[in-house]
Ligand binder design. Structure first.
Ligand SMILES: Cc1ncc(COP(=O)(O)O)c(C=O)c1O
Length: 354
């Protein structure tokens, strides 16, 4: 039996329908502008996100970093949430590739407010500060547990950031999850940003790739930085065909991933010693704290692995499960059963002092 792989929604393999779509793809050298399937995907994504143009890029990290590069100059500062992917999980790329620094602003459940952004913007003209050049939001927020910004909150942030003359970027690695959770079209979010990156290889289930969207000028510059960062691709229409298939078949079904994550969270909340913020479980990510069981997260995931379940650790006490295309209702029930067994078997006996 293959393990129940809840480490991430990036672990999915192409379905047979997707593989067939890839086999049928018409391809060409994309760096020379010759790949019709990539062009079809770029047009489709631009339309879905309400932007004039889109660009296929190899990964979400490269998508974000190209956008940072286009929006900033060396020595600038970018505002992002304290647990954001751009700040924590992109290998220092903002400094390494663009010579900029990130100002991390911690926010409740990862969602920035207008007030927090207002206080983070540097005083203009004061030579001591790196000039604020960009504000980034992450939707859904990965480290906060798949939490979703409401469209209204983003609209308020948009109005404020625009009044400050600053651009707004969206790390929308899981934007389709956010849109499905809220029940709006992705462009309801998309149009509120100057640029956005979205991942094809996460909940959508494509083997690789991300897209960035923006104005025609933005995409001209982004295309050049994609090349500079080593992301010029050739017959990548095979991957674009997988993504087009995913847009046709894997968007609405994200609601099933969310329903299963909700069921998982409710079940975990009943296990003695496990703590989780049920209000934060809004999409396909479930992060829970094992600290009160006395089992460190690394040992917890080892026990899970022995039971045929794969999960990620988030620091010494937190464990993350992510639902996706290959996770069934039965897998959720099996996971809950095994988690219960692990906690009952391995929680150290407390000595009660009187
Ligand atoms: C919120 C967020 N942004 C960006 C990325 C980066 O995507 P990639 O792994 O394709 O570089 C991830 C990946 O997990 C993510 O969760």
């Amino acid at each position: 039996m293959p393990p129940i792989d809840l480490r991430s929604d990036t672990v999915t393999r192409p379905t047979s329908g997707m593989l067939q779509a890839m086999m049928r793809a018409e391809v060409g050298d994309d760096t020379l502008g010759d790949d019709p399937t990539v062009q079809a995907l770029e047009e489709r994504m631009a339309d879905l996100l309400g932007h004039p143009q889109a660009l296929f890029v190899p990964s979400g990290t490269m998508g974000n970093q190209i956008c940072l590069r286009v929006h900033t100059r060396s020595g600038d500062e970018v505002i992002a949430e304290g647990r954001s992917h751009i700040f924590n999980l992109e290998s220092g790329a903002a400094a390494g590739l663009s010579g900029i620094q990130i100002l991390p602003v911690p926010a409740v459940r990862g969602l920035l407010t207008v007030e927090q952004i207002r206080s983070a913007i540097r005083e203009r003209g004061n030579v001591h500060y790196a000039p604020t050049a960009l504000v980034c939001l992450e939707n859904t927020h990965n480290w906060a547990g798949g939490v979703v910004y409401s469209v209204e909150r983003v609209r308020q942030i948009r109005a404020f950031v625009q009044s400050e003359g600053l651009p707004l970027h969206l790390d929308g690695a899981r934007l389709f999850n956010a849109a499905v959770a809220v029940g709006v079209a992705p462009k309801c979010y998309g149009v509120l940003f100057d640029s956005a990156s979205v991942c094809l290889s996460k909940g959508l289930g494509a083997p690789m790739g991300s897209m960035i969207v923006g104005s025609p000028d933005f995409i001209v510059r982004a295309r050049r930085y994609r090349k500079m960062f080593g992301g010029g691709l050739r017959q990548v229409g095979y991957m674009a065909a997988a993504a087009l298939y995913a847009l046709d078949h894997h968007v609405e079904r994200l609601a099933e991933d969310h329903r299963r994550a909700g069921r998982l969270a409710l079940g975990l909340a009943e296990v003695p010693g496990l703590d989780l913020d049920l209000e934060a479980i809004q999409t396909n990510i479930v992060i829970f704290d094992v600290g009160n069981t006395g089992i460190p997260s690394a040992a917890f995931t080892d026990y899970l692995q022995q039971a045929g379940i794969l999960a990620s650790t988030f620091g010494p006490n937190r464990v993350r499960f992510v639902t996706h295309l290959h996770i069934t209702d039965l897998a959720i029930e099996t996971t809950l059963h095994k988690v219960h067994e692990i906690v009952m078997t391995h929680t150290p006996r407390r000595t009660v002092s009187v």
